[in-house]
Design a protein around this ligand. Structure first.
Ligand SMILES: Cc1cc2nc3c(=O)[nH]c(=O)nc-3n(C[C@H](O)[C@H](O)[C@H](O)COP(=O)(O)O)c2cc1C
Length: 399
């Protein structure tokens, strides 16, 4: 099965930075990322993935929490990490809305040549409207227009790569992560890896089947696409220990920062609301981002439990946002990963540890050996390139 490590700040729990004695030094230096990448390589993972955040979380002129740290540019970080590792691939996110195709094509091809074909490009259209002002734009273009530009952008990058000497893996691996109808149509045309959000196994099976049909409909071989849902594991020697760790991670949360981040998502100030009262749906439905159609307030409501309290909602978000979470023993996690993989729910997983400094070595020491015994994860790298690790066909042309 394909495995990627999704590195985001200190981890996918928004309070993860509070587990480190030196959060700023970690995120703005090389050592922290080097340790994570080398650990992932020790575990035989296919790749390390970096997101792109083109604005910092800010409300009323104040920056809130670790998510406000400037993230290092993957295009600069990846070459540095490539020198400190030998085999593992690296996927960097670059927006097609806010970058230039020629500059992106040249930089990605350069990195892919220099690191021996270990590069992938997560092609995103950037859904956050706060980014627009950083690029001297008033508004974020509509989703349809963003994906139309993305299609042109990728075609142009492809034709530039055609005029370049091939990289050691032909060309960088194309990754896509948008799941709207436009996102899926785009993925059908261009994606070789698709990062997804999957709530449960059945939804994941249905999504993968649909995507494979779309890929076939676009004239491509569905076996040339790896669907990788996110999963956020919390491990313990026993189930009880894993639950204790989950509780400890929830303690890391700082409600003021979470409220600020929620405010940032909706363009409204939540600081005056009580945490033990239900989410203020009337006010939320009038918030700028709901009125502009960017956010769907119904997504805040749990189909079975109704409107959660503000505190409950923040706790559920803190865990891993909408991604699938797992709490249990290494054996149980290995069982679940193998079960999803065998059932056709996915081709692999994008690992999103709530606290990376703890989660990555635990996974490598405790889960990878089980997956190796079961023949699901390599013991040593046989291929040289990211395309080779993923078992993807050689890249030719734009599709
Ligand atoms: C695992 C994962 C990683 C993502 N990383 C980024 C990112 O780094 N930058 C970004 O702008 N969007 C990122 N996205 C958002 C998607 O590109 C996409 O915009 C979002 O899922 C909404 O889908 P849609 O654009 O089809 O509506 C990511 C999504 C997923 C599932």
């Amino acid at each position: 099965m394909a495995l990627g490590l999704f590195v985001l700040g200190h981890g996918h729990n928004v309070g993860a930075w509070r587990s480190s004695p030196s959060p700023a030094a970690d995120l703005l230096g090389l050592d922290y990322y080097r340790t994570l990448a080398q650990e992932a390589e020790r575990g035989g993972l296919d790749m390390v993935f970096f997101a792109e955040i083109l604005y910092s979380y800010e409300l009323a002129g104040r920056h809130q929490g670790a998510m406000a740290f400037p993230t290092l540019d993957p295009m600069v970080l990846i070459p540095a990490l490539s020198r400190l590792t030998e085999h593992i691939g690296f996927v960097g996110t670059y927006s097609t809305t806010y970058t230039d195709p020629r500059a992106t094509a040249l930089k990605l091809a350069t990195i892919d040549r220099l690191n021996g074909g270990r590069t992938g490009w997560n092609i995103v259209t950037t859904g956050a409207d706060q980014s627009a002002a950083n690029f001297s734009r008033r508004d974020l273009p509509e989703r349809e227009a963003r994906y139309a530009r993305a299609a042109e952008f990728v075609a142009e990058v492809g034709s530039l790569w055609d005029r370049w000497p091939a990289t050691p893996q032909g060309r960088p691996v194309r990754v896509q992560a948008g799941m709207s109808p436009f996102g899926k149509a785009f993925a059908a045309d261009v994606a070789e890896v698709m990062f997804t959000v999957a709530r449960d196994r059945d939804t994941a099976i249905a999504f993968r089947r649909e995507l494979r049909d779309l890929v076939r409909g676009a004239g491509r071989d569905p076996d040339g696409v790896r669907v990788m849902p996110g999963i956020a594991p919390i491990l313990g020697g026993t189930e009880a220990e894993a639950r204790e760790k989950e509780a400890r991670y929830l303690e890391l949360l700082h409600p003021a920062i979470q409220l600020a981040m929620l405010g940032d998502q909706f363009g409204m100030d939540f600081s005056g609301y009580a945490l033990d009262a239900p989410l203020p749906m009337d006010d939320i439905s009038q918030s700028p981002r709901v009125l502009s159609g960017m956010r769907d307030p119904d997504k805040l409501i749990d189909a079975s439990c109704g409107v959660p309290t503000l505190g409950d909602y923040l706790r559920s978000q803190a865990r891993v946002r909408a991604h699938h979470s797992f709490v249990g023993t290494p054996e149980q996690l290995a069982d679940q990963l193998c079960d999803w993989h065998s059932a056709g729910a996915c081709d692999g997983f994008n690992l999103m540890f709530p606290v990376q400094a703890e989660g990555v070595p635990a996974f490598v020491d405790q889960v990878v050996p089980i997956l190796r015994r079961r023949g699901r994860v390599r013991s040593g790298y046989e291929a040289k390139s990211l395309r080779g690790h993923l078992g993807l066909p050689a890249a030719t042309g734009n599709a």
